[in-house]
Design a protein around this ligand. Structure first.
Ligand code: C2O
Ligand code: CU
Ligand code: CU
Length: 455
């Protein structure tokens, strides 16, 4: 067997990971089970997660940590019965999904402790790798951190017709990447101090699908990874140890019009990419995370055997349909994301207020939003702007046409201090209240969020 390691880098703030390097902790990569069909059931539970350092008290959907991968097709009706079996209120939000506001699962749709919630909505969007997680006002970060997150995959006729790897868990593999801060007792818990609110609650160990340094044994062949940065605030550079090149076929909300060949991806919390990568028995790669400044940490090892599986062509172009944002009369809005002091995060000078709708817009309209990260002195505090209910089109980044990784559907965009993105958003079918916010969850919980009404 040859070893391949998958690396990721944490781009910001980490002085050094306690558990970053050294020998692999072993254990096969866990792959979340699939949840599909007409009536889906999610139960929010308490659990425990065992890691090489110790055991942590966690939360999970239908299990101890994370949740099943929900899988539905465009045109299906999602009918999801959620029971909340923990002693705290929470919510479940469908990140990246186009859903009626009442079923969005934002801070307004509280599932009380011991209660239940049954959102029912049609899947009205094309194939994509999305996810779900709690969104309770002020407690999103903690609930996600303790383990409440899962993938949500949508297929459509086009994705089913493509000749690319699509055998879930076999050659189409989800990778949910999350850092956790392992304490002296070997467990992780959510306990942020002032600097953690400012910089994000950054970990010292990185989990993939809830495992520390797992191994993945593969045949030779082409594999598809669906990568989600499910971390609270860490920004990663994902690379393979041998600078193995791969093809990026999809961003947050679906396929890229032109696929991108690269050897690295930068991912902020909430973002997803799908990649295709070929392994031969000569390949030697680890998946790694990189801290800004080039400090790489191995997070997973891929071992390729002599056996040959299937190779696939990497498509050069894929289908991406989006609204036309070229009309001159579209409504424009500006969103200034600003750090106003220790732990004070605002958008357009305001902190989130549940009782205030920040603006209204018309249903079935396109708009152009300019989103800026206003820096704060010398501190380069990044923000990751996310909007509910829509997949947006990046029209420009810092005044330039966006690069090819930003040419597909997105719902979350990373902006370092001083950066500006212009995005085209569209709202169809539904009316009601949706959120926009920074997806660095410590910032979101500290008020870097707002709400708008589609009417
Ligand atoms: Cu992934 Cu408003 O959230
Ligand atoms: Cu969302
Ligand atoms: Cu932020």
């Amino acid at each position: 067997m040859k070893s391949i390691h998958f690396f990721i880098s944490i781009i910001l703030f980490i002085p050094g990971m306690l558990f970053g390097n050294g020998s692999s902790a072993g254990g096969q990569l866990p792959v979340p089970p699939v949840l599909e069909g007409k009536e889906l059931k999610l139960d929010i539970r308490q659990g425990e997660l065992e890691l090489p350092f110790g055991t942590s008290k966690t939360l999970g959907f239908n299990g101890s940590y994370l949740g099943p991968t929900i899988r539905l097709s465009s045109g299906d009706l999602a009918d999801i019965s959620i029971t909340n079996s923990i002693s705290e209120n929470t919510t479940v939000h469908w990140h990246g999904l186009h859903v009626p506001a009442e079923f969005d699962g934002g801070p307004h749709q509280i599932i009380p402790a011991g209660g239940s919630w049954n959102p029912v909505f049609a899947i009205k969007q094309s194939a994509a790798t999305l996810w779900y997680h709690p969104h309770l006002m002020g407690q999103t970060a903690e609930h996600v951190y303790r383990g409440l997150a899962g993938m949500f995959i949508i297929d459509d006729d086009y994705s089913k017709s493509l000749d690319i790897p699509k055998d879930y868990g076999m050659n189409d593999i989800p990778l949910i990447i999350q850092d956790r801060r392992i304490g002296r007792d070997g467990s992780f818990e959510y306990n942020p101090g002032g600097p953690d609110i400012m910089m994000g609650y950054i970990g010292n160990a990185v989990l993939v699908n809830g495992a520390y340094k797992p191994e993945l044994d593969l045949k030779k062949g082409t594999y598809r990874f669906r990568i989600l940065n499910g971390s609270n605030s860490s920004i990663y550079r994902v690379t393979f140890s041998d600078k193995h090149r791969f093809t990026v076929i999809a961003s947050d909300g679906g396929f890229l019009p032109k696929t991108v060949q690269t050897d690295q991806l930068v991912m902020s919390p909430g973002e997803r990419y799908e990649i295709l990568i070929d392994f031969t028995k000569k390949a030697e790669t680890k998946i790694a995370l990189d801290i800004m400044g080039g400090n790489s940490h191995e997070i997973m090892t891929i071992n390729t055997s002599r056996e040959t599986g299937s190779y696939f062509e990497h498509p050069a172009a894929l289908k991406y349909d989006h609204p036309d944002y070229s009309a001159k009369n579209l409504t424009k809005r500006v969103f200034n994301m600003e750090t106003r002091g220790m732990g004070v995060f605002t958008i357009n000078g305001q902190k989130m207020n549940m009782d205030r709708i920040n603006f209204s817009l018309n249903q079935n309209s396109e708009e152009i939003w300019t989103v800026r990260n206003i820096g704060m002195g010398m501190m380069n505090i990044p923000h990751s702007f996310h909007v509910h209910d829509t997949q947006f089109t990046v029209l420009s980044l810092n005044g330039q046409p966006p690069g090819p990784l930003y040419a597909g559907p997105k719902d979350t965009i990373l902006l370092f201090a001083g950066e500006t993105a212009e995005i085209g958003v569209s709202f169809r079918d539904y009316t009601g209240v949706y959120m926009y916010h920074c997806h660095l969850l410590e910032h979101e919980d500290s008020g870097m969020m707002g709400q708008f009404m589609v009417e």
